[in-house]
Write a protein that binds this ligand. Structure first.
Ligand code: ADP
Ligand code: MG
Length: 436
């Protein structure tokens, strides 16, 4: 799709100011607390909202939603909208496009889920012709989005189909044939289904891109744009992301029309609730330090570079009596689902993961993330750390740093705008236990 194919006449007014921090005169610019200079994080200048956004609400009840949906929110214990929801929901419910940035745990799922559900209440999709599309980067996230919207979907009789790779395509084909109003999908599998004639996007009225930055990072952009080009141009688009890097600039320019922008700086939110520790260890002591941390009372996610290393560590931890499990892309989808469920319910206390688990996965009450291997860059760091300190809780991110990794790690911290506390630790010391 191209912006010039938009039909509602305001197209020519839509401009994305490039690398300019100045709002155009006479326009409103809603950027929350993001006073950070654009150049440093290589973010693009946010698009200027042309039409005045509707004001934020203070309660869900003020929103233009059916009694049934409001009741479902109450039943789920949702009383007050989170800031990103308060700001974007009035606009999204009115049919506006939205560009929302909020750190992990800020409540993006309902921010897009409620408008999708409100719009589809009482509508029936034809076989193979969903009315809403939610694109997400990973299978885990797809399942999670579907699960967290399920109570509301049930209340409104809106049918969801989850379309992800790694599991049987037959069931997904049947779900689409039976008719699903909402499809939650990873790009690759959705393309397969479309190629097989099992799904068409020409009835899609609302499109959501969740964790758009990660989709870009994972190289999904060509697939995502190919899918978006099949969606009718006049539809509504909601784009949510933890960061707004320049690599999603294209999506914003090409597919969002006069969006309402809500942006809260991700690391500004993070520093208030998260502690960051760099623990300097020697090569010879790292293994014992990791084992000691994993054996703590509470749960922990440990990140490693490779599937192989993750499997090895999980095996070792099991052998010393820690209830550990590995989560990575080499596991089958049912295995991954099971592991995640066991971690959530506490059967597994140490989740040993590669970056697969680093985004979108929400585990209640997780207070410690350990980078056994340092992340590749500051974005990785923030996303891994985002597994903890969610929704106003506090959490700790510990990164084990070998002598030769110190310089790179200091640079990464500077890029992430984080001042960590640094300690030299050895296995068996109180200091290590205190921090973790
Ligand atoms: P994000 O997608 O921004 O990372 P989620 O949508 O997964 O965040 O929400 C994080 C957690 O906060 C979830 O457990 C969700 O149920 C909870 N949550 C979201 N909105 C609210 C709300 N308005 N009130 C209470 N809890 C909420
Ligand atoms: Mg999310």
């Amino acid at each position: 799709m191209n912006r010039t194919r938009r039909t509602n006449g305001t197209t020519s007014d839509f401009r994305t100011p490039r690398r300019s921090a100045r709002p155009r005169p006479g326009t409103s610019r809603k950027t929350g607390q993001s006073a950070r200079p654009a150049a440093r994080r290589q973010e693009f200048a946010l698009p200027t909202t042309i039409t005045e956004p509707l004001p934020a609400v203070e309660a869900f009840a003020e929103l233009d939603m059916s009694e049934r949906l409001l009741k479902a929110l109450v039943d789920e214990g949702m009383t007050m909208p989170f800031p990103i929801q308060a700001a974007t929901l009035p606009n999204a419910l009115a049919g506006r496009d939205v560009l929302g940035r909020g750190r992990t745990g800020s409540g993006k799922t309902l921010a897009f889920g409620l408008p999708v559900l409100a719009r589809l209440e009482g509508q029936r999709a034809q076989p193979k012709q969903p009315l809403a599309l939610v694109l997400v980067p990973t299978r885990e996230l797809a399942t999670q989005v579907t699960d967290s919207l399920a109570p509301y979907a049930r209340a409104l009789h809106v049918r969801f189909a989850t379309v992800v790779g790694g599991v049987s395509i037959g069931r997904q084909t049947s779900a689409l044939r039976a008719g699903a109003e909402v499809v939650v999908a990873t790009p690759g599998r959705l393309k397969d289904l479309i190629d097989r004639g099992a799904c068409r996007l020409d009835h899609v009225a609302v499109t959501v891109l969740d964790e758009a930055d990660q989709m870009a990072d994972m190289g999904f952009m060509p697939q995502v744009t190919a899918l978006l080009d099949q969606v009718p141009a006049r539809g509504q688009r909601l784009l949510f992301s933890a960061t707004l890097d320049r690599n999603i600039d294209l999506l914003v320019r090409r597919y969002l029309h006069d969006p309402v922008v809500h942006s809260v700086d991700p690391s500004a939110g993070a520093v208030t609730t998260m502690e960051h520790h760099l623990l300097q260890v020697r090569d010879t002591e790292k293994h014992d330090a990791v084992t000691e941390i994993a054996a703590r009372d509470g749960r922990v996610i440990m990140f490693l570079d490779t599937k192989h290393a993750a499997d090895r560590l999980a095996k070792h931890l099991l052998s010393v009596g820690v209830r550990a499990a590995a989560l990575h892309g080499g596991k089958s989808q049912p295995q991954r689902d099971r592991t995640l469920a066991q971690f959530k319910n506490g059967q597994v206390t140490a989740l040993v993961a590669t970056n697969v688990a680093a985004r979108g996965i929400h585990v209640e009450g997780l207070d410690l993330v350990v980078n056994v291997d340092p992340p590749a860059d500051h974005k990785d760091y923030l996303h891994r750390g985002g597994r903890t300190a969610r929704a106003g809780e506090s959490g700790t991110v510990v990164t084990l740093v070998l002598p030769h990794q110190r310089r790179a790690m200091d640079r990464l911290m500077a890029d992430a705008d984080i001042t960590p506390s640094t300690a030299r630790v050895r296995p068996g010391e109180d200091e290590l236990q205190r921090i973790t």
